[in-house]
Design a protein around this ligand. Sequence first.
Ligand SMILES: [Zn+2]
Length: 105
Amino acid sequence: MKLSVKKNDQVLVTAGKDRGARGKVLRVLASDSKAIVERVNMMKRHTRPNPQKGIQGGILEREAPIQIANLMVICPECGEPSRLGRKRLEDGRGQRVCKNCNATF
Ligand SMILES: [Zn+2]
């Protein structure tokens, strides 16, 4: 299955504890069908101090991966969370089409 979410996309979270949150895709984990979205699905990580590595310790907050199925891409043209179609260009590259405003990106 081809994933429709790409790095740097703005996305809307449609399920889970951060439902309704919007953020930028920082990483796509294609093999897991997951993505890391800025400030979404934050997890607290307790870290032990390690002076040799310059690690202070304490509680760190980090984004945890979220299922791509729970994300909707926000169209850069109309600003709406959109269902996306796909279009193949003559040179073989795929483009995504917003089914809301028909913008390609
Ligand atoms: Zn659109």
